[in-house]
Design a protein around this ligand. Structure first.
Ligand SMILES: [Zn+2]
Length: 396
């Protein structure tokens, strides 16, 4: 039994911070968390004195690409898949050291990486993996004005029409993924399509959701413009990724469906490198249209979950920057940002019963933080100030 004496305890659910708290851990589970005295330290418990630290749940990033290290398509094409796996291992280790004990990969990382992590073969966060499907002419299809096309079934599968979509989703689910990833709008980077244009029919999307649900999996929808966002929400997806442009109807749909918004502010506001002139134009149009959307969603009570869209080598492990950006761009308080990165993110990953909060029964993934992240959220960007415990064990 492990007893952590916490100067301050943040539960991850938005409860008032508790001064002089105790967190009890047995094996990989939390047994109790609360004020010292209310939670009694049993005889023989190994005591960790963190009375000068803030203790909080491990952070969760709902949108990463651990297999990617570059925005450059050419670089990806010239990287053997085995190298990408080793790089992924490195990225995952960085993320864990930065205090992220759970992450959801938005494509390419497979059930094998998840298993390597679960069995302790490589260090890293608990990983939720997804399989990606796309449609003809959609964002994923790597077809160029020359007529040349890149096909990579490891990374995406193209299908159209209800029955073909159903079969493809089943093939993706057969590989043991936790989520199906779809794109319901175009994007900035691809040569074709636009973030403002919706993709798929409602019937196709409903089949994707139906098959995923049957399997116990979720659906995450890349959607940037409002039409595609509403389409995804009407189909019943678990979460909308990016979700940049929102109108009242979209916000209402979030509230009635209970879907999560993963606003990926890091990629939205900070990244323009490597974009073509056409892509930059799309990005500018998007930025103009998205102004104030996240703030309105937050004010209305939409469930917001932390996600960075980290896909470059230098982004992995810097995930906590998203906490600051959600505060800046969405008006979240520090506590709300932490909740978005813990208990809400856990639910968005369909792991709400297992991780994301310091309470009895949850997995003992927690952080000892030097300083008060509620007073200065940027503290969480400094790995040197964070001690990580995963499944009750100190991460070295
Ligand atoms: Zn992404």
């Amino acid at each position: 039994m492990l007893a952590i004496k916490a100067g301050t305890l943040i539960d991850g659910k938005g409860g008032d911070p508790i001064q002089n708290a105790v967190l009890l851990v047995e094996d990989d589970k939390i047994i109790a968390a609360g004020p010292d005295g209310v939670v009694k330290i049993p005889d023989g418990a190994l005591i960790v004195d963190a009375s000068d630290r803030t203790v909080m749940p491990g952070l969760i990033d709902c949108h990463v690409h651990v297999m990617r290290n570059s925005a450059s398509l050419e670089q990806r094409l010239f990287t053997p898949r085995a190298v990408s796996y080793y790089r992924a291992a490195e990225n995952l280790a960085k993320m864990l050291r930065a205090g992220f004990t759970t992450a959801r990969d938005a494509g390419e990382a497979d059930a094998g990486i998840r298993q390597a992590l679960e069995t302790g073969l490589i260090p890293g966060p608990r990983l939720v993996v997804s399989g990606t499907i796309g449609l003809t002419g959609g964002l994923l299809e790597k077809r160029y004005p020359s007529g040349a096309e890149i096909v990579d079934e490891n990374a995406w599968r193209i299908c159209d029409g209800v029955e073909e979509v159903r079969k493809t989703v089943r093939r993706v689910l057969r590989e043991g993924v936790d989520f199906v990833k779809v794109f319901t709008t175009g994007g900035v980077g691809a040569p074709q399509g636009h973030p403002f244009t919706a993709q798929w029919t409602l019937a196709e999307l409903r089949v994707i959701v139906e098959e995923a649900q049957r399997y116990g999996a979720g659906v995450m929808a890349h959607a940037e413009g409002v039409e595609g966002i509403k389409l995804a929400l009407r189909a019943g997806v678990t979460s909308v990724e990016h979700g940049y442009v929102l109108d009242d109807e979209a916000i209402e749909l979030f509230l009635t469906t209970g879907a999560f918004l993963v606003p990926t502010q890091h990629i939205s506001t900070h990244e323009t490198s490597g974009l073509s002139a056409a892509s930059l134009r799309k990005k500018q149009q998007l930025r103009k249209a998205q102004e104030g959307s996240l703030r309105r969603a937050h004010d209305a009570g939409v469930r917001i979950a932390l996600g960075t869209d980290s896909f470059r080598a230098d982004m992995h492990g810097r995930n906590a920057i998203e906490l600051s950006l959600m505060m800046e761009n969405g008006g979240l308080s520090a506590m709300e940002a932490i909740v978005a990165g813990t208990s809400v993110a856990a639910r968005c990953c369909l792991l709400g019963e297992e991780v994301g909060a310091l309470e009895a029964g949850k997995r003992a993934d927690f952080l000892l933080v030097e300083g008060d992240p509620l007073a200065d959220i940027a503290i969480l960007q400094d790995a040197a100030r964070i001690t990580v415990y995963q499944k009750g064990v100190l991460v070295q």
